[in-house]
Design a protein around this ligand. Sequence first.
Ligand code: AMP
Ligand code: MG
Length: 349
Amino acid sequence: MDTRVVCIDPYNIDHQQLQKAGALIRDGGLVAFPTETVYGLGANGLDAYAVKRIYGAKGRPSDNPLILHISSAEELDRLVAGVPQTAVKLMDRFWPGPLTLILKKSSLVPEAVTAGLETVAIRMPSHPVAMSLIKYAGVPVAAPSANISGKPSPTRAAHVIRDLLGRVDMIIDGGDVAVGLESTVAEVIDGGVVILRPGGITPEQIREVVGDVALDPAIEGDILTGIPKAPGMKYAHYSPEADVIIIEGPPQRVVAAIDRMAKELEGRGKRVGIMATEQTGALYRHGRVISVGDREEPSTIAAGLFAALREFDALGVDVILAEGIEQKGVGLAVMNRLLKAAAYHVIKV
Ligand code: AMP
Ligand code: MG
C-alpha cells in the first residue's frame, strides 16, 4: 500500500489538506495523526470494516478495545447510553485534553471498536490538527496509538513512518507531541471514578473535581486475568528490542548501582544504554547515556520517555538500565509505562 506523508503545521493549518484527510477517514481509510498525547492511527469509528483495518495494520490483538475521538461534546450523546453527572464534571474540566472516559455504549458503536464490551472509551483531544481532522471527518474517529503493537508509542512522525509506512493510507506529520504518554483512562460507574490507566491528567487533578478517585489494582502491577479493562494490562507493551531493567532507590545509590552494572555488563561484551535524568546524566562513566528529562518535573520525563526507548534501539544496545522516579503526579504514569517496558524487572538499591 502506498502511504502519503503530509506535513501540517499545527500553528498554521492547511485546511484543504486536512479536509482531504478527513474525507479519507470518512470513506474507510487509515490516517495517522498527531494528538497532544501520542500519534494516533485513525479510522471511521462507525465503520466496523475500517476499524478492523486498524487492528490489521498494527498487529493489535482484536480483544483490545479502541478509543473514539470526538471534536465537540454534542457528538457524545449518540455514542453513549447516558452521561452521569460525574462524567459531565470531568468533561467540563478536562476536555479537550488527555482524559478518556469509559461510558455505557449506544447501539451505534460497532463491536469492533469496543472489542465486544458494553462500554465505550471516548476522548476529545486538544491538538489543533486532531481537532480539525475529526471535524472534517464528520464521524467519531477510532484511534489507538500509531505504532506496531507492543512497541513504544510514537511521539513524533518519524516513529510512525518507521512502524507503519506501507501499512496505512496517510501519515500526517504535525511535529513532536506535548504530553508524550497516552491519555488517562477513567471509568465512571455509579458516580465513582476509577483510573484504569494513568496518564497526563493525574489522580490528584481528578480528585480536585470529583472528591474521590480509585486506582485500578492492576495499575499497581497486579496480574489481571480475563477481559482487559485498560490497554497494556494484558499484553506486552512499550517494549524496545533491548531488555529494560529499572533501578529504584535514592538517586545517588541508583547512579552508583547503574554505573557498576553497566561496567560489569560492558566487561561481558554487552552494549548498555542508560536512561538518566538531567540531574544525573553527567555522573555516569559507562554506557550510552540519554537524559530524558528533569527529575523534579515528571512531565518532562513523560515527554521524552518513548523517544528515548526508540533511540536506544537505534543505537543497538542490548540492555537499558533505567532510573526509577517517584510515582507522584505524572510520575505515576511514567513508571506505569516504564514498568511494562521492563516487564516488571525492578532492582531496588
Ligand atoms: P491504546 O492507547 O493504543 O492502547 O488504545 C486505547 C486503549 O483504551 C485500549 O487499549 C483500551 O484498553 C482502553 N479502552 C478502550 N475501550 C475501553 C473500554 N470500553 N473499557 C476499558 N478500557 C477501554
Ligand atoms: Mg497503544
